[in-house]
Design a protein around this ligand. Structure first.
Ligand code: ADP
Length: 232
């Protein structure tokens, strides 16, 4: 068993039951080390979103423990959860979830504002991220004027604003044309090479093959395959 000190995600015997149907997660165990890029694959209904929601603190298990970055996420109250989501995780979604009436820069600034970071420091961080992600020239653009790939880059910049130790991505290439999807795959690889831990849920096997260091497959709420693909 891995040293829990090096595990950024530690999921132990997690079950999630709903009133109807079989359990969405059925005794799941998973450890993710800092620095990994883990792709979660599996057919529709296999429990991927449920797993992501547990890690993001959006839902609680019926049984078992979810520890992220040393915090028992399943035991946190409302205020601690809000803080956890603001500071320890960044989330990227299929449809970007950007605010259309804010510029790219203002979208990226939002998490810092919510965390009460002083304006000047937040702006410096946003500028650095926009530059690092190759979208500095779009800082003043509204999302509606950007391509899908550029929007997803803005969303990634926003997710990384508060330097979360864990980046969660839910089908990040699901709404992109193939060129933009390739662009986002490359971006995730770059981030991971620079040390960012990433967990991504996807149906896109090309994304898993190119961007992940490890791939797990879910089936009926359990891990049916766990393959280390790259050592970075
Ligand atoms: P995936 O993301 O792999 O498609 P989900 O995690 O969304 O799978 O769903 C896993 C199982 O849990 C499915 O059988 C689904 O119908 C069930 N499920 C998910 N959310 C709910 C809910 N809110 N109420 C009842 N059943 C649910």
């Amino acid at each position: 068993m891995e040293d829990p000190l090096t595990a950024i995600i530690e999921i132990r015997d997690v079950r999630k039951r709903y009133d109807e149907g079989p359990p969405a997660l059925d005794g799941l165990n998973l450890q993710v080390r800092a620095g990994e890029a883990l792709a979660v694959l599996g057919p529709s209904g296999s429990g991927k979103s449920t797993l992501l929601n547990m890690i993001a603190g959006l839902d609680k298990p019926s049984e078992g423990a979810v520890t992220v970055d040393g915090l028992r996420v399943d035991r946190l109250g409302e205020a601690a959860l809000a803080r956890y989501r603001r500071e320890r995780i960044g989330m990227v979604f299929q449809f970007f979830n950007l605010l259309d009436d804010l510029t790219a820069e203002d979208n990226v600034l939002l998490p810092a504002q919510l965390a009460g970071v002083p304006r000047a420091r937040a702006r410096a961080r946003a500028a650095e991220l926009l530059d690092q992600l190759g979208i500095a020239r779009h800082a003043r653009a509204f999302p509606g004027r950007l391509s899908g790939g550029e929007r997803q880059r803005v969303a990634v910049a926003r997710a990384l604003m508060n330097r979360p130790p864990l980046l969660l991505a839910d089908e990040p290439t699901g709404a992109l044309d193939s060129a933009s999807a390739a662009d986002v795959r490359e971006l995730l690889v770059d981030l991971n090479r620079n040390g960012q831990t990433i967990l991504l849920v996807t149906h896109d096997t090309a994304l898993a093959a190119s961007s992940a260091t490890r791939t797990i497959e879910l089936m009926d709420g359990r891990i049916s395959r766990d393959v280390q693909t790259v050592t970075r």
